[in-house]
Design a protein around this ligand. Structure first.
Ligand SMILES: [Zn+2]
Ligand SMILES: [Zn+2]
Length: 312
């Protein structure tokens, strides 16, 4: 029992090895996952206020940016460069999203690009919607880091630290939000908020929304939407998902040119993460932004757009 609980706090203590094929669900992992969802029901106990909704929204926005711009475009695809401190800060903010650490995330994502929608893809919808949406990361075989894909990231001890103790960062965020709520309650009682309310909306509701919208890129963005480029997989461009994920919904564009810092290629393809990254580059926080190769895009373009064309 205690050994199981200890495993939640130190990923190195997990004895699941790297080469296992165990497709069963790790029960010790699914318990906190379900608990986070159930905790959202506490909104009926703590109530709601504009302050709590705003904090929920900001918590979503900042962490979604850390996931899309840094976990995905930076750690997984190296689509721009930055300094080691900035890399570390966004590794921590990303970890508060409760989607594991940057090394684990990038390793599985790089694996996805190599095996997209093939039998070996860890989260292809061809294995079923729920499998691609969330079952895949609850399976024992996907718990370890696929180390062979992330040798570059593993050389940083601070990133290994975040990966090893990833669970502490969401806990720290939750404590911080609880304290913030208490402070707002005592300083600005007219806001009508409380420590419990800010905790439930700012962490639990926000995290569940953030998680499922992120999972949709693995599930829905390989099923619903239109295809502009022939990418050898079923990736789609989806306007609604692009809005909700700050640009990740242009998933067919992304599979066509994975190393590109921007994923919306047309002016109307809203890509909020890219606009924010552009601002960071103007401020000198990031640099060497990579863009798609126009000749390659031309070559891969599908002339007849299709909403239903499956991989053949
Ligand atoms: Zn994909
Ligand atoms: Zn990617």
């Amino acid at each position: 029992m205690f050994a199981q609980i200890y495993k939640w706090f130190d990923n190195n203590k997990n004895n699941i090895n790297n080469n296992n094929d165990d497709e069963s669900i790790d029960m010790s992992r699914i318990i906190p996952f379900i608990a986070i969802h159930l905790a959202c029901l506490l909104v009926f106990v703590v109530g709601v206020s504009w302050a709590a909704l705003l904090i929920c929204f900001l918590s979503y926005l900042i962490r979604m940016f850390a996931i899309t711009a840094f976990y995905h475009r930076y750690f997984s695809h190296k689509s721009f460069k930055t300094s080691r401190p900035v890399q570390f800060v966004f590794a921590i903010i990303g970890a508060t999203a409760t989607q594991r650490g940057p090394i684990w995330w990038a390793a599985h994502h790089r694996h996805h690009h190599i095996h997209s929608d093939s039998e070996d893809d860890s989260h292809s919808p061809r294995h079923g919607f729920w499998h691609s949406h969330m079952k895949w990361f609850l399976m024992k075989k996907n718990f370890p880091v696929k180390s062979q894909y992330v040798k570059d990231l593993k050389q940083y001890p601070e990133l290994r630290f975040v990966d090893r103790y990833d669970i502490f960062f969401p806990i720290l965020l939750a404590i911080g939000l609880f304290v913030l709520g208490g402070w707002l309650d005592s300083k600005y009682p007219q806001l009508g908020t409380s420590s419990g309310q800010v905790l439930i909306w700012g962490y639990f509701v926000s995290t569940v929304l953030l998680s499922h919208v992120t999972y949709c890129i693995n599930s829905l963005a390989h099923v619903f939407g239109f295809r502009t480029y022939e990418t050898g997989d079923n990736s789609r461009n989806n306007f609604l998902l692009a809005l909700l994920t700050l640009g990740e919904g242009w998933h067919n564009n992304h599979h066509c040119s994975p190393g590109s810092v921007k994923q919306g290629f047309k002016w109307w393809q809203i890509d909020i993460s890219y606009y924010m990254l552009l601002m960071l580059s103007k401020l000198g926080v990031i640099w060497d932004l990579k863009y798609p190769n126009e000749a390659l895009l031309q070559k891969k373009q599908i002339l007849k757009l299709s909403n239903t064309g499956d991989k053949t």
